[in-house]
Every structure is written in structure tokens, then in C-alpha cells.
Design a protein around this ligand. Sequence first.
Ligand code: PLP
Length: 393
Amino acid sequence: MNINRGYLNLKDRYLFSTISQKVREYRAQHQGREIISLGIGDVTLPLAPAVVTAMQQAVAEMGRAETFRGYGEEQGYAFLRQAICRYYAAKGVDLAESEVFVGDGAKSDLGNILDIFSVENTVLIQDPVYPVYVDTNIMAGRRIEFLNGTAENGFLPLPSAELSGDIIYLCSPNNPTGAVYKKEQLQAWVDWALERGAVILFDSAYEAFIQDPELPTTIYEIPGAKECAIEFCSFSKTAGFTGVRCGYTVVPQALVRDGVSLNALWLRRQTTKFNGVSYIVQRGAEAAFSEEGLRQNRAAIGYYMENARIIAEALNRLGIWFTGGRNAPYIWLQCPGGMDSWEFFNLLLDSCGVVGTPGAGFGRNGEGFFRLTAFGRREDVLRALERMQTAVF
Ligand code: PLP
């Protein structure tokens, strides 16, 4: 018996446990002093009323013999897949229902999609980025190469003629940097992938936060993307579903590698290893895409983006360099005075009881940077900034 030794190659990701430990120590030493977190990557506003009503109705249906439902379709109920297709149609992107797969969130699908690719493939991953892409490939034993995101390239690495790789992850808007690829930049990636027969795994979990109308909210706005890209999205940040769990993955019918349809492979994988998302949750997700649900969720996103604007304005006033905050709920700042990420973390915590996320936890290129999020309550954001302005800068 041999275990999967890929797991032994994982670095212990001490990031969030180290943060919790430091916060616990601080609390013990400063009894009664309030801590404000600008580090959370989780939403704080409740579900939209349209979503709550839809889920309550679905619960009632499940409690009556005439409307009770057992196992659903593995790929997702048609009503939700149709709602997702309409959402894309409003962006000018035509999808067939068969190209949409409903799942329990983007994280699972981002990890599970690797089932359909050989371990022989080389994977390209942005650095810094959401750590799940790296860890899931280490578990599988794939070769990883990093694409350097730096202040110079706005944390948006681009392909070069010499670059080679088989699977490439792009996260736009990016967690943690908040940077968003422009259409011509995504076109460069699509052209690169088509030329080499590579596959782009495009994570658009934060697409609903994009405010500038000229920025692409889906990779399928780019000509040729249906022949080379799989897109992952989620209701987590768009509709406050982090605790409800629902997402969707688009695998176009036109995406063929080794003479095999990736849509067919993913369907086979899902029907074998996945039994679908609960009916109640799918009704809630459908309601999130109703006219009323979209309006209510846009208001929640507007609230978070106003937080982001307030944080960005404060950093501008203080002359701190940052990206993000305009089309993403993340603000990625350069630690002042050449401090490293953890030094700045300690300074913020010790001098003003404010918690953020050290950039070093998102990859080598994150060192010297720091992530603030816009998901907090307004009064907390304002108080945290006030403390930071007097104590730190
Ligand atoms: N992709 C990115 C870039 C994220 O930041 C997150 C969550 O923080 C996810 C995917 C996972 O989302 P979900 O809650 O749908 O699993």
C-alpha cells in the first residue's frame, strides 16, 4: 500500500492559523481591547430577501408529498442552468445548457477538474494568487511553473513567445491583488493557448465586482476562448453564498483536446463522483439571478465596493502604493517603509488592533505586500482606517 506522496510535498500553510494564533496572543495581552479585521475573505451581509424567499418555498415543497424531490440532475437542475445561460446572454455570450455544470462552489470544481487532465501536464500559475491552484496540483504531483505578478506588470503576467505549459490558471479579478485583465491582455492569453493547444482555467469568482464596463467579466467575451478555456464561477461573493454553497463551471462543447470533448469528460467525471447540489440551494441560486435578486445583490456589492473606495481613498491620501479596490473587493498595498508582510502585520495589530493578511501567504511575489478586504462592516472599516492613520502612517 502506498499513499499519495504528493500530499507530503505540500507546504504547511500556516497563514490563517498563524494569524489566528497572533490574534489570540494579542487578545490575552490586551484584555478588553477591540480587534477589527480587514483581513476576512468572507462576506458579512445576509442573503438577499429574494433568495431567502425562494429557499423557504423550496423547503416547503420538499415537505409535501406532491412536490418532494429526491436525487436531482448531477449537472444541475435545468431551471438554474437556464438562469445561468440568461446571465451570460446579458453579457453577450451564448452558452448551451449542456455547457453549464452546477456545483457546490468554485473551490471544489477548481480542484476536481484536474481529474480529467494527465499528471504529465505542466501547469502555469500566477504568483501571487489564491493558493488552491498550487496545492491541488502538488497533491496530484504535477510540475508547476509560476508566472510572476509584480508591481511593474500590475500583477497581471502576460504570455511570451518562449513560454510553454499545458494548463494555465488565470484569476481575474485576482485574489489577493484585485488586478483585472483587460480584453486585449486576455486575448493574448487566448491566442497563446490556442497556438499551443493549452487549456486556460479561468476563475471569475469576483466578476460581479467589476465596475468598469470595458473590462471583461467572462473569458468568453474573448474570441477563440470557447476553444481553449474552462470558466469557474461562484455565488459565494456574488450573492453571499459562502455558507450556502453553490457555484458553476462552464465547459464549452468546442473545447476538444486529444480528439476528446472536455465537456464529455467532465460530465462523465461529475456523474460518477458527484450527486448534485441540493434543490433548495439551487432554487436560491436561481433567485439570485432573478431581476429582483440581481438588484438586491448589486446593492450588497455596492456596499462592499464603497468600503473599498473608502480604503483606497485613505491609502491615496497617505501616499501608499496599492492595486485593486476599484473592480475587486481586495486592496493590495505595498508595506510602508520597506517592511516585510509579517512585520507590517505585527505593526498593525500591535499599534492599532487591526488585522489584515500578509501578502507572503499568497506566493513568493506577495512578500512586501499586504491584503485588505472590503467585506467588513462600514463602521469597522472607518474605525480601522482612523486608527491606522494616527498610529501607523
Ligand atoms: N476562487 C477564488 C479566487 C476565491 O478567492 C475563492 C474563495 O475565496 C474561491 C474561488 C472559492 O469560492 P467558493 O466559495 O465558491 O468555493
